[in-house]
Design a protein around this ligand. Structure first.
Ligand SMILES: C[S@@+](CC[C@H](N)C(=O)[O-])C[C@H]1O[C@@H](n2cnc3c(N)ncnc32)[C@H](O)[C@@H]1O
Length: 208
């Protein structure tokens, strides 16, 4: 299926057409070296920074043990570190992306993990994920996997790509998954996300 409206960058269109976990693993294996230049420079990706600021306004404890889920090359971890967080743990599907994340020095640990399968990590005081949900996988039915890594009362602050929200049926699927997985959604707000592409982000905040 091609997206309903084309992206300005054909490269970004290719990203949105990866429909399986194996395709995502291959995509990011081959993209690790140029991911940051493409995302920030060509697509105008600001979502990791806006989401990190939103996270900081909700998670006061800077020593909180934080999971950065789908941490990629570490853009998101560096943004969290710049907000003062010192106990960051990154997981990602792609070993090649994780090697870059580790080199940033922002993380206490990094580990390969698949967010569509039950996770053997945690518990965490808070979870952050930027740039991971939207087109998927992972899909709305996998949101609970992240919330389940939280300590009781902890917050999960996640972004959803607005184009993915509109084109992959989140309006219909998301409320059903909230009920099915008994997820406690405490906030849903729009944030600047992919500015050159003019794609909004949707910030979801869940409490365990
Ligand atoms: C758009 S990048 C975002 C990276 C980083 N959070 C950022 O803000 O720059 C998406 C990341 O999610 C990872 N990813 C995709 N599917 C995944 C899955 N099923 N499990 C774990 N990570 C996944 C990719 O390997 C990639 O590093």
């Amino acid at each position: 299926m091609s997206e309903k409206t084309p992206t300005k960058s054909p490269k970004l269109g290719n990203v949105y057409r990866t429909k399986t976990v194996d395709m995502q693993r291959e995509l990011y294996r081959d993209w690790a070296d140029t991911y940051e230049a493409d995302s920030v420079g060509e697509f105008g990706y600001v979502g990791f920074e806006t989401a990190a600021k939103e996270f900081a306004s909700r998670v006061a404890e800077k020593n909180a043990k934080v999971l950065d889920a789908g941490c990629g090359t570490g853009l998101s971890g560096v943004a969290l570190k710049n907000q003062g967080y010192a106990n960051l743990h990154g997981i990602d599907l792609s070993p090649e992306m994780l090697t870059k994340a580790e080199a940033t020095g922002a993380y206490q640990s990094v580990e390969v993990a698949d967010l569509t399968q039950a996770l053997q990590v945690g518990p965490f005081d808070a979870v952050f994920a930027s740039g991971v949900f939207g087109f998927g996988p992972p899909h709305p039915e996998h949101l609970g996997i992240l919330v389940n890594t939280l300590k009781s009362g902890g917050l999960a602050v996640l972004t959803v790509n607005g184009k993915g929200w509109d084109e992959c049926g989140w309006d219909e699927k998301f409320p059903k998954e909230l009920e099915k997985q008994s997820l406690n959604l405490v906030e849903q707000v729009e944030i600047p996300y992919l500015e050159i592409e003019e794609i909004r982000g949707i910030l979801l905040v869940f409490q365990a």
